[in-house]
Design a protein around this ligand. Structure first.
Ligand SMILES: [Zn+2]
Length: 72
């Protein structure tokens, strides 16, 4: 692990983004997951017929599935 990575992980206001899996400070919470601002904007700007959109949808569905399991 390099020094930069360590520093980022220790920074208290960052969370791991569900989509890009990077440590980010700004973003939204969806259920118990976190989506960074960059990915949120990307999702909004991605057309539904874009292949990337399917990737995002799959990721978001995983959140909902794990949330249902948690409640069960
Ligand atoms: Zn992200």
């Amino acid at each position: 692990m390099n020094l930069y990575q360590k520093k980022v992980n220790q920074y208290p206001d960052t969370e791991t983004c569900l989509i890009c899996e990077k440590q980010k400070a700004l973003g939204i919470h969806l259920y118990h997951s976190f989506i960074c601002l960059d990915c949120e904007m990307d999702i909004i700007n991605t057309k539904t017929n874009d292949q990337k959109y399917q990737f995002y949808v799959r990721r978001l569905k995983q959140v909902q599935i794990s949330e249902k399991r948690r409640q069960a």
